[in-house]
Ligand binder design. Structure first.
Ligand code: M6R
Length: 611
């Protein structure tokens, strides 16, 4: 949530900061701003609206200098206005400029204290107190690094900060507590960002900051201190992204690009993890022996949003293949509940970004209770990945579209492998295990054929684009797919949509059925297919508009449907991986027809790093 970019080096800062913000804009897009240090001191430009509005302001009035900080905002305190846009200035003589991700929980008390001391506030944000605190600590001096370190103990809450001061030209100070920051190490230049995406075009060498660390960047050097432990020798990591990983590459939107990448997503998530000779899967990073895993009697998954839906598919798969009880928890609830966990409970958290505040909170709560805690994460080096005892990476590459698509597919692939592995540690036979592995091998080509049906899905989108509300239904493994379809539609097209287990419909939602309300059934052939057909009949009897995702050649479902979207015939355990794709494309095309901003839907941000 919110994006930070800082730069110090030999090149004009403004263009580097703005192009970095463009790469981070998916994290927040309510306003954008920057501060540079030029010959004339601190130059500040900030605007409500998208990064392009800031660019227009800079064209009219360039900001000079080779050192600066910038920010794209997802509003928490105060609406999206020019005044509330970051950077915020501290001291009544523009002594410092600050950009901030996170939330300062005691900002009201600090604001009163600072106001009483004569500091004037120009915004409604919590961030402005940080700027004044640092200016107060800086006083008449010129050691910004020390001033930032002295200011941090006053703050309660979370922060990723970048700070500059005209008194310390060429220096960018960063500080992290609960909100990610990464340093990029270039030649005679250094960058600071909340996400390595902004750094990738400049250097592949990065150092991730840990909570409690403060960094000083100058063009030729960077140094890190931990607030309690003193100087730190940083670990340098390398970004190993494909060069085009974050380019649109001719696709109209990132969401569409990421939907179309899914055949590769499944292959990449499976790569090196299938042992055909043993009819099982293996994972390198769980850090738990088969003996320890066999002792597990219960699995708890904690996640949010799409990751929660993927975990729900995992529940069905693990119960089916490994006969282990599974509970799927909203991370935001789990972290504050007193959920009983015994010493044979294994806790997993799932997160694409690895930075979701609620999911991180759930992980920390489980760890605090002394439970082995594993993470299924996409972003290498993210906070969740680092703090978990072990885990599984998704390997699906950066996901930029705010609506998660390929990460879901990667998560469900990993869930299938995990269920296979846990099953084979228990009673699942070699033959049944091998059948799951072989089924996964069929998925990439099945996905390719579903992607080829996009024109038919687009035509279906035209039929429902003016609906006010839609119902998504699925049974068994397809119930979570229905939930995911509903989430996709609502978050990018703003059509109200709900997902239900198909048979639940007659316990209430059927009251909503009329000819204007699309009822979208996820119903590939499987063990409960006959029952699903009965439920579709019930909707048809009430003149509902039926859109179904079914197995190609399923005439009984097709003949009941106003629109039938076929997927290839596949074993049940892998059907969710393929059945979700027509729903992603449906949501995409509905949103496009309605003229919505697909990659940056209103009120949302890619990574939710506040509670
Ligand atoms: O990065 P995470 O997987 O932890 O994110 C969880 C949710 O915030 C995320 O899935 C969100 O629901 C997406 N907008 C769904 O498309």
């Amino acid at each position: 949530m919110c994006g930070i970019v800082g730069y110090t080096g030999g090149n004009p800062a403004s263009s580097i900061l703005v192009s970095g913000l463009r790469r981070l804009e998916y994290r927040g897009y309510d306003s954008a701003g920057l501060a540079t240090l030029g010959e004339n001191g601190l130059e500040l430009r900030k605007r409500a609206g998208r990064v392009r509005v800031l660019e227009e302001a800079l064209e009219a009035n360039p900001a000079r200098g080779t050192c600066g900080i910038s920010h794209t905002r997802w509003a928490t305190h105060g609406p999206a206005t020019d005044a509330n846009a970051h950077p915020h200035l501290g001291g009544n003589a523009r002594a410092v400029a600050v950009v901030h991700n996170g939330v300062i929980e005691n900002y009201a008390a600090l604001r009163s204290e600072l106001t009483a001391q004569g500091y004037a506030f120009a915004s409604q944000t919590d961030t402005e107190v940080i700027a004044h605190l640092i200016a107060r600590e800086l006083g008449e001096g010129d050691d910004l690094y020390e001033a930032v370190q002295r200011s941090l103990p006053y703050l309660e809450g979370t922060y990723g900060l970048a700070v500059v001061s005209p008194r310390c030209p060429g220096q960018v100070i960063g500080a992290r507590f609960g909100s990610p920051l990464v340093v990029g190490l270039g030649e005679d230049e250094h960058l600071l960002a909340s996400d390595a995406l902004a750094i990738a075009p400049h250097t592949a060498n990065v150092a991730y900051l840990q909570d409690g660390e403060v960094v000083r960047l100058t063009p030729g050097k960077f140094e890190i201190r931990h607030q309690e432990h003193g100087p730190i020798t940083p670990r340098i990591d390398r970004l190993d992204w494909k060069p085009d990983a974050v380019e649109l590459g001719g696709h109209a939107h990132y969401m569409l690009k990421e939907i179309r990448e899914q055949p590769d997503t499944v292959m990449d998530a499976c790569r090196g993890r299938i042992r055909r000779a043993e009819g099982t899967a293996i994972f390198g990073g769980l850090n738990m022996s088969p003996r320890q895993l066999r002792r597990v009697r219960r699995v708890v998954f904690a996640a949010c949003g799409t990751s929660w839906h993927a975990a729900l598919v995992g529940e069905y798969l693990i119960e089916r293949l490994a006969h282990l009880p599974v509970e799927v928890e909203y991370a935001s609830e789990f972290r504050y509940r007193n959920a009983p966990l015994d010493d044979r409970t294994l806790v997993f958290v799932l997160s694409q970004s690895g930075e979701t505040a609620d999911t991180l909170g759930a992980l920390r709560e489980a760890k605090r209770q002394g439970h082995p805690t594993l993470a299924i994460v996409n972003t290498v080096g993210s906070t969740i990945a680092r703090e978990a005892d072990g885990g599984i990476y998704l390997h699906c590459g950066p996901e930029v579209g705010v609506a998660s698509t390929k990460a879901f597919t990667a998560q469900v692939t990993v869930m299938t492998l995990l269920a296979l592995y846990l099953g084979r540690l228990r009673h699942l036979s070699f033959t049944d295990g091998l059948a799951v592995a072989d089924a996964l091998a069929e998925v990439p080509s099945a996905l390719t054929s579903v992607l080829a049906t996009e024109p038919a899905i687009e035509a279906a989108a035209h039929r429902i684009a003016s609906a006010r509300s839609a119902l998504f239904m699925g049974r068994d493994l397809h119930f979570p797919v229905a939930l995911e379809g509903a989430l996709k539609l609502k978050e990018i097209s703003y059509i109200h949509a709900e997902g239900y287990p198909t048979a639940e419909m007659k316990h209430g939602p059927i009251a909503l059925v009329d000819s204007e309300t699309p009822c979208i059934f996820v119903a590939p052939r499987g063990s409960l297919h006959g029952k699903t057909l009965g439920n579709v009949e019930e909707v048809k009897a009430r003149h509902g508009m039926i859109i179904s995702v079914g197995t190609e050649g399923d005439e009984s479902l097709a003949s009941l449907s106003d629109v039938f979207l076929p997927i290839p015939d596949l074993p049940e355990v892998v059907q969710p991986l393929v059945a979700v794709v027509p729903l992603q494309l449906l949501a995409y095309h509905v949103a496009r027809i309605r003229g919505c901003d697909i990659d940056k839907p209103r009120n949302l941000a890619k990574s939710v790093t506040v509670e």
